[in-house]
Design a protein around this ligand. Structure first.
Ligand SMILES: Nc1ncnc2c1ncn2[C@@H]1O[C@H](COP(=O)(O)OP(=O)(O)O)[C@@H](O)[C@H]1O
Ligand SMILES: [Mg+2]
Length: 286
């Protein structure tokens, strides 16, 4: 999706590369509630960086800071070499919008435009924000829809799609902007269990192609298999980071052990056919 100099850099060659995402001492409060309490965080080119941790620990807020949906109160945040947040100051709106084009985001609830077809959803960004011609945007969109296995759904409306299909459209839409990094916020949490795999497969394919990814997920299998680095958040603090084997098999922090134990207990207690965890309805609210 992006230049060869980036996509050819595997995890090893990325050691010396400049991080795509770099946070130092990042803080964020909502009123009296401190949600990020000094987070240091790097994502190197082509890395798949997985963030896990209990609900309410600040994972979504961290992601939202990375594409400027939230502004950190303190610390610094550099994205693609640009200082997005600098001790409470953020980029002017124009620069922020330019930077956002390089940061793709996929949400739990898809957020597709219900009045546009699948093709319309995938072409609108490149046409409106990048000034691409209708023909070029459509050609690119069709390639992306083929890549996520939805070439046949180009003319369908989101309401006629399954959750897994909607989420794959959302991924294609984000990719259409040719982002340098993709942020995923629990992309499979709103899906029926049998639809999770098709979305994770698309994400795995992206990872294999060298896309830089920051993924908040409760899918521990994905984290272990696809993650280069797994980071554990708890109460606004990054408890520990490391290769999946270290985090899952030899966690250093007692709270990491507690969290992993709770997840394992939940997953083994949940029968395969059970309905998905209670979630707000997956509405394409625009
Ligand atoms: N816009 C907001 N206003 C007030 N509180 C918020 C807002 N966004 C998140 N929070 C609170 O911040 C905490 C962390 O939220 P979040 O980053 O969504 O955690 P996670 O994604 O790990 O579940 C939670 O207590 C949440 O209720
Ligand atoms: Mg969240």
């Amino acid at each position: 999706m992006h230049g060869d100099s980036v996509s050819s850099a595997g995890p090893d060659s990325a050691q010396d590369a400049r991080p795509i995402v770099s946070a130092r001492g990042l803080t964020k409060s909502f009123g009296p509630l401190a949600v990020l309490k000094g987070v240091d965080f790097d994502v190197l080119p082509s890395q798949v960086s997985v963030v896990i941790g209990p609900s309410g620990s600040g994972k979504s807020t961290l992601l939202r800071c990375c594409n400027g949906l939230e502004t950190a109160d303190g610390g610094t945040l550099d994205i693609c070499g640009k200082r997005l947040a600098d001790h409470g100051r953020r980029l002017p709106e124009k620069e922020l919008n330019a930077l956002r084009m390089h940061v793709g985001m996929v949400f739990q609830s898809f957020n597709l435009f219900p009045h546009l077809t699948v093709l319309g959803n995938v072409t609108i960004g490149p046409r409106r924000l990048r000034g691409m011609s209708a023909e070029a945007a459509e050609a690119a969109a069709r390639r992306l829809l083929d890549k996520v296995g939805l070439a046949a759904k180009a003319d369908a409306y989101p309401a006629t799609l399954s959750g897994g299909q909607k989420q794959r459209v959302a991924i294609a839409r984000a990719l259409a902007m040719e982002p340098l990094v993709m942020l995923f916020d629990e992309p499979t949490s709103a899906l029926d269990p049998e639809l999770v795999g098709e979305v994770l497969q698309v994400m795995k394919d992206l990872a294999r192609e060298g896309m830089t990814m920051m993924v908040v997920t409760h899918e521990m299998g994905f984290a272990r298999e696809v993650g280069d680095v797994v980071s554990v958040m708890d109460h606004g603090v990054l408890l520990e980071s490391g290769p999946p084997a270290q985090i899952f098999d030899a966690p250093r922090h007692p709270r990491t052990r507690e969290f992993l134990q709770a997840v394992v207990t939940r997953d083994t207690a949940r029968p395969r056919e059970a309905p998905p965890r209670p979630m707000p309805p997956a509405i394409d609210d625009h």
